[in-house]
Design a protein around this ligand. Structure first.
Ligand code: SAH
Length: 253
């Protein structure tokens, strides 16, 4: 039997991930926003209400997009939500000290559209406190909707609307490749591979005393930021793990 073909359509390659959403109405409204723009893959990470998808507010706000809710997955961790992705974008109203490179929604949409290998997750935060740093650190880019600096925090579903609209527009206009676009040479590393590499590297750096567990400073967040700028490939992850392995072997011999 032939293996299932991976769709190259942007509409299949983009998933919307809502982290720790408090209001079921926003989940419904996000589903509606997505469906109006042709998207359907929605994943919830630890919503405040575990039955959020059946909540009456979610159904009311989804209106004609209840079919999206019925196919929405609820997961317990960001790792599960990113499973199968090789590119993640953190949506944030706030810029942070340790953030991956900041792109506009338009640059992101053009990148996804121009790179058919990209399996992307657009990750949105909680209504009140946004995205935790630990989630932002896992992402390749930080997307900021350039809003009014005096009041830049959009409603969650409206932020989903802006992103889904930009992604649709990119498909329709066949946008030019952005200057920041990084063409893949080899196979893009998965999140699980990259996480495994970070753990290995951390262990090796601790073994040689470069990373001090009781005073780690910002070493790992800084290294993660460095690597997230490069769009790592599987082979590169393997090289870095090989280096970590040798360091550990030499320490133990
Ligand atoms: N008070 C929160 C904002 C929460 S709004 C904060 O300071 O982060 C809920 C979510 O909508 C955010 O986590 C983000 O994912 C998205 N969002 C809202 N406004 C945005 C903006 N201007 N740019 C990018 N994402 C935005």
């Amino acid at each position: 039997m032939k293996p299932p073909e991976t769709s190259t359509s942007v509409f299949d390659r983009v998933r919307f991930v809502l982290v720790e959403t408090s209001h079921p109405g926003n989940i419904g409204a996000a589903a509606r926003a997505m469906k109006t723009m042709g998207f359907s893959r929605l994943i919830l990470v630890n919503p405040r209400f575990h039955d959020a998808l059946e909540h009456e507010e979610a159904l009311a706000f989804a209106s004609g997009a209840q079919d999206i809710l019925s196919r929405t997955k609820v997961v317990g961790s960001i790792e599960e939500a990113l499973d199968g992705c090789n590119f993640a974008a953190a949506l944030s109203a706030r810029l942070r000290e340790f953030s991956p490179p900041v792109w506009t929604p338009r640059t992101l949409a053009a990148h996804i559209n121009m790179e058919p290998d990209v399996q992307a997750a657009l990750v949105f935060g909680n209504e009140r406190y946004g995205l935790p740093n630990g989630v932002v650190e896992k992402c390749n880019v930080l997307i900021n909707i350039p809003a009014n600096p005096e009041y830049s925090s959009l409603n969650l579903a409206q932020a989903v609307q802006v992103l889904s609209y930009e992604c649709r527009l990119a498909v329709m206009e066949e946008a030019q490749a952005p200057a920041t676009s990084i063409g893949f040479q080899g196979e893009a590393a998965s999140f699980a591979q990259i996480e495994g590499m970070y753990a290995h590297l951390e262990e090796a750096l601790t073994a040689i005393g470069f990373l001090k567990p009781d005073n780690p400073k910002k070493l790992m967040p800084r290294l993660k930021r460095l690597f997230s700028r490069t769009q790592l490939e599987t082979e590169e992850v393997n090289i870095l793990r090989g280096i970590a392995k040798k360091i550990l072997q030499n320490r133990n011999s």
